[in-house]
Design a binder for this molecule. Structure first.
Ligand SMILES: O=C(O)[C@H](O)[C@@H](O)[C@H](O)[C@H](O)COP(=O)(O)O
Length: 237
């Protein structure tokens, strides 16, 4: 299915459109099943974008669980820690909706612990993958998403739900990330990409349908795909 592209005028407009989208997806998923609703969140600027929205949403969060789609191997107090950024911006009762992360000195053990959390929350579909209710993904100017970088062997990972990476071209080198098939089995995937430095990669993926970049490999099997852009990132569409 073709993605829905939402071009926003300014940060207030982005906030309003994202609020409407997130509220509607969460309410739909909460009503659709008795299970907890699982939301996967990118790092980078995502915490600053979505935390104010989460804080302002008037809804029952008791059945929502939060999960990092990728994380850097850094202590919570470090500026590199994505979870640290979410802890800083979210009220304490929502921060506890993330699973524990660690050990931070061993990417492989950390990835397998994080995967075990996800498996305890959401059993595998018959195809072998979990189904996130909502993924909110960032985009790098090089076309990466999560910690899935151009030309990296992890793009071909077809067993692990969460994989370690020790040679990330974007620092820090050691991270964990969800894999492409996990992304593609989600019910709802939304990219949030702003800024002119992302315009050319947005054009290749959204307008030309290129699969050259990791983010271009995101093609939900049966879920919905949205792109939330601003004037800068949409300038070549
Ligand atoms: O932890 C990370 O590095 C990320 O999750 C990464 O995939 C991020 O989402 C993109 O690099 C976009 O980052 P910005 O939104 O900060 O541009």
């Amino acid at each position: 299915m073709a993605p829905t592209v939402v071009v926003t005028q300014n940060s207030a407009d982005l906030n309003a459109k994202l609020t409407e989208y997130i509220k509607s997806v969460l309410e739909t998923r909460i009503n659709a099943s008795k299970e907890n609703v699982i939301v996967g969140l990118s790092g980078g600027s995502m915490a600053a974008t979505v935390c104010p929205i989460f804080c302002a949403l008037d809804m029952d969060w008791s059945r929502v669980r939060l999960f990092l789609v990728d994380e850097r191997m850094a202590p919570l107090s470090d500026a590199d820690s994505n979870m640290g950024a979410y802890y800083k911006h979210l009220p304490a009762e929502l921060s506890t909706h993330f699973p524990q992360f660690g050990p931070i000195n061993n990417a492989e053990a950390c990835a397998s612990n994080y995967e075990a959390h996800l498996r305890s929350w959401r059993p595998a579909l018959k195809e072998g993958w979990p189904q996130f209710d909502l993924l909110l993904l960032g985009l790098g100017p090089d076309g990466h998403t999560c910690s899935l970088f151009p030309d990296h062997p992890l793009l071909k990972e077809n067993k692990k739900w969460i994989a370690p990476i020790v040679d990330s071209p974007k620092p820090p080198k050691c991270r964990i990330t969800i894999t492409i098939p996990v992304v593609n089995h989600a019910f709802n995937v939304a990219f949030i990409a702003t800024g002119e430095n992302k315009a050319s990669v947005v054009k290749s993926i959204v307008k030309d349908g290129s699969s050259e970049y990791p983010a271009g490999l995101v093609k939900p099997v049966s879920g919905n795909l949205h792109w939330f852009l601003d004037a800068g990132s949409a300038s070549q569409l």
